[in-house]
Write a protein that binds this ligand. Structure first.
Ligand code: ADE
Length: 239
């Protein structure tokens, strides 16, 4: 997958170039192309923004350098703008994007875009109901969540399917050595060696964490008979 990012701060993108994603870059599993749209200005001062028509405080990012930067790319794939008014990004969106060959993100900074910039994009996406100073951190979050789903990026190929959100439940608790830390013991079933029992315990615990912390995620779930039974047990254990 190729990912282009139009940004005024390409130096901010180092977090995507270390650890697992960094190794993926080195191995050619994905490609990151950082484009500073200030390089596409034509005035001597390299302005990318101007005062808003109609007056008011602040500055507005102009369309021209962004359009020129986009046009300079041989291809773009899906074009995405990160902004608080977009639809909220989630794991389903990451799964959909992970199947694309190419994505292009446009990051604003401090100020808003000229409304016509939004017309250059296929989607406007937010990472949540809070405002950041720029689109760089949201873009990095979305790229991380997307690229880690590309086969071969994570060491353990099975893990993205097992984890939170992918099957509609939060993740069950995990433990590792020591089995007893200052009297705080690992649940006995996990050291029993009984794989069937362990699988059942994990399934029930996943249901329990989801019920306790994100009941909204269970609202439209089609429960199996086994899950209905587990949920009844969970509720009575909590009483
Ligand atoms: N830019 C500023 N705040 C943002 C947010 N919450 N999501 C996406 N982009 C943003």
């Amino acid at each position: 997958m190729k990912i282009n990012v139009l940004t005024l701060f390409p130096d901010m993108f180092t977090p995507l170039q270390v650890s697992m994603l960094g190794r993926g870059l080195e191995d050619g599993k994905w490609d990151l192309n950082l484009v500073n749209f200030r390089d596409f200005t034509t005035d001597v001062h390299h302005h990318v923004d101007d005062t808003p028509y109609g007056g008011g405080a602040g500055m507005v990012l102009q369309i021209m350098p962004i359009k020129k930067a986009l046009d300079s790319l041989p291809s773009t794939g899906k074009v995405i703008i990160t902004a608080p008014q977009g639809k909220t990004f989630n794991e389903q969106v990451a799964q959909k994007w992970a199947k694309e060959d190419e994505l292009t993100f446009i990051c604003g900074h401090y100020e808003g875009f000229d409304q016509r910039v939004y017309e250059l994009a296929d989607e406007t996406v937010s990472i949540g109901d809070y405002v950041l100073t720029g689109g760089e951190l949201p873009t990095m979050s979305m790229i991380d969540a997307t690229v880690r789903l590309i086969p071969g990026i994570l060491g353990n190929a099975a893990s993205p399917v097992e984890e939170s959100f992918s099957h509609g439940l939060l993740e069950y608790p995990q433990y590792t050595r020591p089995a007893d830390f200052e009297g705080n013991k690992v649940p006995e079933v996990l050291t029993s060696g009984n794989h069937q029992k362990i699988a059942e315990w994990r399934h029930k615990e996943a249901l329990k964490v989801t019920y306790l912390h994100r009941p909204d995620m269970l609202k439209d779930r089609q429960f199996t008979d086994e899950e209905k039974k587990m949920l009844r047990e969970i509720k009575s254990e909590l009483d």
